[in-house]
Design a protein around this ligand. Structure first.
Ligand code: PHB
Length: 396
């Protein structure tokens, strides 16, 4: 039987960022991923990096391709019925943001992990985790070749997404809770072979609903339309998609660029927060602990924030035996999760139309949006939340 310092379940933003941060401090880990490398590297997800995430990539030697290939923007636009207001992120906060799709982020971390000689096991399913209440964790897993194997670890971190089975033992603890919220709307997302509609993102609201103009490259665009949570991909013909994008976004000389649609999906809007995020030697990070709706694209950035606390906590505990920081992981991570929930909810609520809420709520919602846009203080608040707050740092 072999042993590692930290076993990490999931090669997503939480798991791979954690493995990288640990490696830089000389702490060894094994990453288990049930999907293939190809699936991880190709799954379409959101794509905004907060300034802190960009800085972490640069400072840990992994930001070179991001700096070269990402769409780095100084601003976003918010559009009401085709009239756009610019939020000058750089002027208001001193920071940029990057449109860099999650799978590109993961590709960089996978490449670095392999270059560093770190263990990263694809097509490998974790079957059982025991011992987290004691002195050592035991992990039973089925390897790529179908053989069942066992490994022990000092700590285990579950970064295996919103349906993680490793949340259950934490929710058995007295006083633990998982708070959930469902939204009355969803997004229909498409990838399109088309030139950029404009370089910077447009968040648009219109009586027909919300739309988002984002980008993947000069020739591939990412567009989203508010839809019904029960909609199926088949409910949206090309004609309906383009009709709705033009109706919701076009104006002041701007027209949404059209092209061949090569990917279509419906994204559910959910919020969930698990508190605490730990039990004994078991820790949750990223979506395994919490889910945010996609507005504002905080999901990846929150996973990075989690492991910015967890990595130094683990390093300290493993190297010096001092587990103060590790024991405070939830207390340090959960407040940021709630702030991100608030921001994602607030932006979603201001921009999506919910006809069932009636005319009063419709007008009140637009007044809230206009009041925010009308003052520099309002735009700065929006901009600060959007580019994100600095990641926590700790002396080791
Ligand atoms: C995306 O490009 O996928 C994206 C951008 C901004 C968001 C959400 C998603 O708020």
């Amino acid at each position: 039987m072999t042993h590692t310092s930290v076993a990490i379940i999931g090669a997503g933003p939480a798991g791979l960022t954690l493995a990288h941060l640990l490696h830089r401090q000389g702490v060894e880990s094994v990453v288990f991923e049930s999907r293939s490398r190809r699936e991880v590297e190709e799954t379409v997800r959101a794509g905004v990096l907060e300034q802190g995430t960009m800085r972490l990539m640069r400072e840990t030697g992994i930001g070179e391709r991001m700096d070269r290939e990402a769409d780095i923007d100084d601003a976003i636009d918010i559009s009401i019925n085709g009239r756009r207001t610019r939020i000058d992120l750089l002027g208001l906060t001193g920071h940029h943001m990057a449109v860099y799709p999650q799978h590109e982020y993961l590709r960089d971390f996978i490449a670095q992990r392999i270059e560093d000689g770190g263990e990263l096991l694809f097509d490998t399913t974790v079957d059982e985790v025991t011992g987290y209440d004691g002195d050592e964790v035991t992990i039973t897993y089925t390897a790529e070749n179908g053989m069942q194997e066992t490994i022990t670890a000092d700590y285990i971190v579950a970064g295996d997404g919103s349906s993680s089975p490793h949340r259950a033992p934490i929710l058995e603890l007295e006083g633990s809770e998982r708070t959930k919220f469902e939204y009355p709307y969803a997004w229909f997302g498409i990838l399109v072979n088309a030139p950029q509609t404009q370089k910077e993102l447009i968040y648009a609201t219109h009586p027909e609903g919300f739309a988002l103009i984002s980008t993947r490259s000069r020739s591939v665009q990412r567009y989203y339309l508010q839809c019904n949570p029960n909609d199926q991909v088949e409910d949206w013909s090309d004609e309906r998609i383009w009709g709705q994008l033009h109706a919701r976004v076009d104006g002041e000389g701007l027209t949404v660029s059209e092209g061949e649609i090569f990917d279509r999906s419906v994204l559910r809007f959910r919020s969930a927060v698990t508190d605490p995020m730990q039990r004994g030697r078991l820790f949750l990070a990223g979506d395994a602990a919490h889910t945010v709706p996609p507005t504002g694209a905080k999901g990846l950035n929150l996973a990075v924030a989690d492991v910015s606390v967890l990595a130094p906590g683990l390093v300290r505990a493993i190297k010096t035996g001092n587990d103060d920081l590790l024991r405070n992981y939830s207390a340090l991570a959960v407040p940021r999760v709630w702030r991100a929930q608030h921001f994602s909810y607030w932006m979603s609520a201001m921009l999506h139309s919910v006809p069932e809420q009636g005319h009063f709520q419709h007008r009140r919602r637009l007044a809230e949006l206009e009041a925010m846009l009308a003052t520099e203080a309002g735009r700065r608040y929006q901009a600060q939340q959007y580019v994100g707050f600095d990641l926590p740092t700790f002396d080791l």
